[in-house]
Design a protein around this ligand. Structure first.
Ligand code: HEC
Length: 117
């Protein structure tokens, strides 16, 4: 009788513990999700997206065409200024935010722009 009760008690105790162990889980998995990490834009993706969406008017390397050159843009404009130009474009630049350029793609493009020589 006694051992059986002990086993049952141990089992019951472990079952009670389980939900708590699971409740503590969510904090860990987020660390392995690179896409969600803010401040870590993807330069290679940014270059691709730039060439796709912006190069028509600003040149393949930001040398300028229909639109002004974007080389050395980080010396003339802050990240906030550039983001404003994307969200509320001046002149004949089309509005491309939030589609097709969403926040994630924009973070990548912006990181590419900011390092243009
Ligand atoms: C259809 C052509 C066109 C496309 C596509 C375009 N732009 Fe522009 N962009 C312009 C023009 C024209 C201006 C100048 C606007 C003005 O001040 O009159 C401009 C201005 C800018 C400026 C300000 C530059 C400065 O020296 O003041 C930035 C930054 C910029 N564009 C970034 C981008 C980015 C990033 C993309 C791609 C997501 C993009 N543009 C796509 C035409 C375009």
């Amino acid at each position: 009788m006694m051992p059986r009760n002990l086993v049952a008690a141990a089992l019951a105790a472990s079952l009670v513990m389980l939900p708590q162990a699971e409740a503590q889980q969510p904090a860990a998995p987020t660390a392995s999700e690179p896409a969600a990490a803010p401040g870590e834009p993807d330069l290679a993706k940014g270059k691709k997206a730039y060439q796709r969406y912006c190069s028509v008017c600003h040149g393949m390397r930001g040398e300028g065409a229909l639109g002004p050159a974007l080389q050395g843009i980080s010396k003339r404009m802050t990240q906030e200024d550039i983001t404003r130009q994307l969200m509320e474009p001046r002149g004949s630049m089309p509005k491309m935010y939030p589609t097709p350029i969403d926040d994630k793609i924009w973070a990548d493009i912006r990181s590419y722009l900011m390092q243009l020589p």
